[in-house]
Design a protein around this ligand. Sequence first.
Ligand SMILES: Nc1nc2c(c(=O)[nH]1)N[C@H]1C(S)=C(S)[C@@H](COP(=O)(O)OP(=O)(O)OC[C@H]3O[C@@H](n4cnc5c(=O)[nH]c(N)nc54)[C@H](O)[C@@H]3O)O[C@H]1N2
Ligand SMILES: Nc1nc2c(c(=O)[nH]1)N[C@H]1C(S)=C(S)[C@@H](COP(=O)(O)OP(=O)(O)OC[C@H]3O[C@@H](n4cnc5c(=O)[nH]c(N)nc54)[C@H](O)[C@@H]3O)O[C@H]1N2
Ligand SMILES: [Mo]
Length: 760
Amino acid sequence: MAGKAPESDPVQDAPEVSGPKHSAVGLPAITHALRISRQQMGVKRTALTLLRVNQKEGFDCPGCAWPDPDHRHAAEFCENGAKAVAEEATLRRVTPDFFAAHSVADLAGRSGYWLGQQGRLTQPMYLAEGATHYAPVPWERAFDIIAEELTGLSSPDEAVFYTSGRTSNEAAFLYQLFAREYGTNNLPDCSNMCHESSGSALTETIGIGKGSVSLEDLHKADLIIVAGQNPGTNHPRQLSALEKAKANGAKIISVNPLPEAGLERFKNPQTPRGLAGGGTSLTDLFLQIRLGGDQALFRALNHLLLQTEGALDEDFIREHTHGFEEFAAAAGDGLDWDETLRATGLTRAEIDEALRMVLASKRTIVCWAMGLTQHKHSVPTIREVVNFLLLRGNIGRPGAGVCPVRGHSNVQGDRTMGIFERPAPAFLDALEKEFGFAPPREHGYDVVRAIRALRDGQAKVFFAMGGNFVSATPDTEVTEAAVRRANLTVHVSTKLNRSHAVTGARALILPTLGRTEKDLQSSGEQFVTVEDSMGMVHASRGRLEPASPHLLSEPAIVCRLARRVLGKDSRIPWEEFEKDYATIRDRIARVVPGFEDFNARVASPDGFALPHAPRDDRSFPTATGKANFTAAPVEFPAVPEGRLLLQTLRSHDQYNTTIYGLDDRYRGIKNGRRVVLVHPEDARALGLADGAYTDLVSEWTDGSERRAPGFRVVHYPTARGCAAAYYPETNVLIPLDHTADTSNTPASKSVVIRLEPTGL
Ligand SMILES: Nc1nc2c(c(=O)[nH]1)N[C@H]1C(S)=C(S)[C@@H](COP(=O)(O)OP(=O)(O)OC[C@H]3O[C@@H](n4cnc5c(=O)[nH]c(N)nc54)[C@H](O)[C@@H]3O)O[C@H]1N2
Ligand SMILES: Nc1nc2c(c(=O)[nH]1)N[C@H]1C(S)=C(S)[C@@H](COP(=O)(O)OP(=O)(O)OC[C@H]3O[C@@H](n4cnc5c(=O)[nH]c(N)nc54)[C@H](O)[C@@H]3O)O[C@H]1N2
Ligand SMILES: [Mo]
């Protein structure tokens, strides 16, 4: 039987530190996954559930967006996928009794870890104005309350509809359709905080905001550069792809301020060698870059390529690109090497070694994630990566290309379905033609703008399709105060989280089915579809009995809400959509390019690949009709004397704001999250012994300061001048206005801080 949820909040942070590990996965990963799974699900359910993850007749793992290989192992899961499943398939339940026992103020005082440990939400709950506790509410009344608020607004733009990235294609398509028929493009999503910088940079340069490689391409590459990504924790199945690439002769360069264990050595649990032996060494060259130094690094490589006889793919450049001369003029002569070495923290010899590997490779892929996307100059950084690939024609041929590794399991699909505050006119035209209403054309709020609108009283209703808005977003105090000003906050959720405790004047929690659960509608059992990081679309079918008989699926919630809010004026057959999701897919097929014949094609167990012009035929749907070189000045963060640059990142035992446990095994940290990793020499210069306690104080250009108290200093081999601490605890430090240029993504990986010893 599964263990009970803890009664008291166990977060007595007492971190124990043993130093970084040098390999990832192996037997400890399996043991740990099984322990957490059994605590949440018991033995039998653990076995039944984990065997269905990512199988052709099973459900898509609710963890990350890494694609499924063609030949799946019986247990095609990873430790962190198993933890994500256990979190959802847990046998623990949050019932109305729980809400009667815990006031909202009580819940607001609990840690995110404790809230998540309570189990699955079971009934719609309502917090009336002035009430201290949530009380159960019938679904129909819940929809009435939302309709009252939405129809009472002076403009539809006073409502905000947030989406996290687990929502299926079907639910996402209906949700944006509802928001737009209601009258707003206020559709911020977690992408705004995640890969928005990749989308901005790629759309401008190659004409499509998605990665251009398949799993096969990774297997065929000569060189894979993994920059700003920690796959050992966040995309463990990527390690199998890297292992296969290595077996085929590839080299790997890791670019990271931290020596991440998963990139050093991989012990594949699906091979005897991985379980019992030494595993596979992955990284051939580790470039321990300073935070925010990547644009300078890629510019230096580009400069050297431009100066090396025969290094460029001149045919490709001539036929397929635009802007080469201007770029060559900016990058070709006179690189400031002092600045390059300062920005990157690397030596000239290291950069030369990287160049040798680049020149030896005919097929190069660059993979990246949040280490590149969450800086002020992220968009020019990613554009510089594109310049790098274009110079040698590394796009649109096997074994080469761009590989932004997505986060949430359907975050890419949600965008494809129209969850975007700045929709393309062609998409809106297609909606208009199909459904016969005029969608709003004005751009809506992204995440940061939505918070400002709530703060300034311009947005009054906040509706979230999944996620944990107040914990995931920056500037926690400002954001929480902003959300509290709303008239109504509504969360469609599977699990309890802090966003349920930081509410508007009234609040609703609408509990929904998870991926692992059966979705029965009046026409029979339904499945949904998702798109992975490499543009593959496939079906996902849950098999478990729902956590409670009161749950509605996400599509059903949207359909009922839409009928209640839009009433007879709606031109959309919401009832039919709710009854049979195939009818939703028929509409998607007519609106979204690449989904022609959707129902037939998704019936194939492997699903199908969406078109990607640069990958498929080297055509680039940009403004110039070619792939664009861009020549931006090199930027990197300025850090004043005595200060450090902080990155906020994930531990091994968390999924974004969901905390599975208090360990970060590969980094050798146990039983605590309030740690700050600092290079021993930087720590000594600041007078901070390993084990000292300190406040993290961020300093902002307007002179304001923000403080996160009580972090244990851990001497750790990160790049000099840099520090690392976990999110969401550190979100208090990041000013709302500290965002990437163009993409407006919070710059969560470059926060200037000082350390103030607490003397504890
Ligand atoms: N288990 C688990 N899986 C997850 C998630 C999770 O929380 N838990 N989250 C999901 C989501 S939504 C996402 S977006 C992804 C996130 O996946 P990642 O991007 O891997 O996640 P982070 O922990 O933010 O790690 C950032 C990595 O980039 C490095 N880095 C930071 N700044 C820089 C820099 O300036 N330059 C370079 N070169 N490197 C830098 C850090 O040291 C770290 O290794 O994972 C997804 N998968
Ligand atoms: N400082 C800092 N901040 C960051 C980041 C960082 O690196 N540093 N990373 C950013 C990134 S990359 C991202 S993607 C965001 C994440 O932001 P979000 O996506 O908003 O946050 P999550 O923690 O993933 O959301 C977890 C909640 O989702 C709900 N949930 C889970 N599964 C389902 C489901 O199937 N349906 C529904 N309706 N609800 C479900 C559960 O109630 C759970 O509590 O955070 C961002 N914030
Ligand atoms: Mo993300």
